[in-house]
Design a protein around this ligand. Structure first.
Ligand code: M6R
Length: 367
């Protein structure tokens, strides 16, 4: 049932190219210049009237929402808030009938996320569910459902569900952009073309797994490490950190690179591993200067970047992993794969139960 893989997690990491294709299939027109999303179940008028969006979820699904926010705000210019579902209800969120509430849940059964959906409904909002399970409680109660077609996810650590959620958010953002006229056809076409290259590009990252394994074995000897990034790289850093903690039990923190010197830099000392996500050309210089700050305090830095920045980065870091060239907006769908493999191999090196980490359940149906 593990299809020849040692663990479900590794199998599911390898299923991502297929999950991307399946999640895109039928949702892009033949000309490649338009997104087709009838399941969204919103009229053009309703879409034009959306004043704000709240993306509510837990854990990895929350982290996918962080990337979703970046996509929607960049492409559609609608203000987006991210909320942790267990916090949402208790902070008296400002929700109106012109709010689109998006709940994200692989299982569709997470109690807090379901409660957030009901909170949205109680305030008259349209609730859109992004889920991997068609008949789930969340899918049944939502006003519309965009399914991720990742296939069953068995490992407790979510991998292909997260990346399929990124694909859905990209399609959704493009669709909203079309209706609201915030992107030109040429821009939409370029993004759709780049999306269609992602499955192939994920394969290229999977082919680097021996090098990632070697690096994972090194970090498995440490008790603490840090992930840094800016913008979408910060969102991916948060997911990478969660994944590592969840299955390797190594303590890590994800930091917005520029925030380090406001406290956390005090924790950086000789030999501490730092993983810097530096895929975004526009903030590369800034991230490099943050890398230099940690290097100067003795950190051992690994960076994840795109090909064209390697030479620059190699001057300031100890090791680089390269993701294939893509649009800055889409980099999360690639860089996270390196971090998934890293968490997997670190857990393996430490002899933990990769698919069933201690204290955790696949689906959290209690508050
Ligand atoms: O089924 P859901 O997407 O609602 O689950 C949410 C979280 O419990 C889940 O993503 C959790 O954080 C994962 N085990 C992380 O890998």
């Amino acid at each position: 049932e593990k299809g020849g893989y040692e663990h479900f997690m590794l199998k599911e990491i390898h299923e991502q190219p297929k999950a991307y294709r399946d999640t895109m299939r039928g949702r892009i027109n033949a000309e490649g210049n338009q997104v087709i999303l009838p399941e969204l179940n919103l009229t053009k008028e309703q879409i034009k009237n959306i004043k704000n969006i709240q993306i509510v979820a837990c854990g990895t699904a929350y982290n996918a929402g962080l990337v979703g926010r970046n996509l929607i705000e960049t492409l559609v210019r609608i203000p987006v808030e991210n909320d942790i579902a267990s916090e949402y209800r208790y902070r008296s969120p400002i929700v109106s009938p012109e709010t689109l509430v998006i709940v994200v849940s692989q299982s569709g059964e997470t109690a807090d996320t379901l409660a957030a959906l009901r909170e949205g409904h109680a305030n008259g909002a349209h609730v859109l569910a992004v889920t991997n399970v068609v008949g789930s409680s969340i899918a049944r109660e939502a006003d519309s459902v965009l399914v991720t077609l990742a296939g069953p996810e068995i490992a407790v650590a979510s991998t292909k569900a997260y990346t399929s959620q990124l694909i859905v958010f990209t399609l959704l953002a493009l669709y909203l952009a079309e209706v609201r006229g915030t992107q030109t056809e040429a821009e939409v076409t370029a993004i759709l073309a780049a999306m269609q290259s992602l499955p192939e590009q994920v394969e290229q990252i999977l082919a680097q797994k021996d090098a990632i394994k070697e690096y994972a074995e090194q970090i498995s000897k440490h008790e603490h490490l840090f992930f840094l990034g800016r913008g979408v790289d910060y969102a991916v850093a948060q997911e990478g950190s969660l994944k590592l903690k969840e299955i390797s039990y190594i303590h890590s923190e994800a930091y917005a690179a520029g925030e380090l010197k406001h406290g956390t830099l005090a924790l950086i000392q000789e030999g501490v591993p730092v993983i810097a996500l530096a895929t975004q050309e526009s903030v590369l210089e800034k991230t490099v200067s943050n890398i230099k700050e940690v290097k100067a305090r003795g950190a051992v830095v690994m960076a994840i970047t795109q090909e064209e920045n390697v030479t620059d980065l190699l001057r300031s870091v100890d090791q680089v992993f390269v993701i294939p060239r893509t649009l800055p907006l889409l980099s999360a769908a690639l860089s996270v794969v390196t971090l998934q493999l890293l968490a997997y191999y670190a857990s393996l090196a430490l002899g933990h139960d990769v698919d069933k980490p201690r204290n955790l359940a696949k689906s959290v149906t209690v508050e």
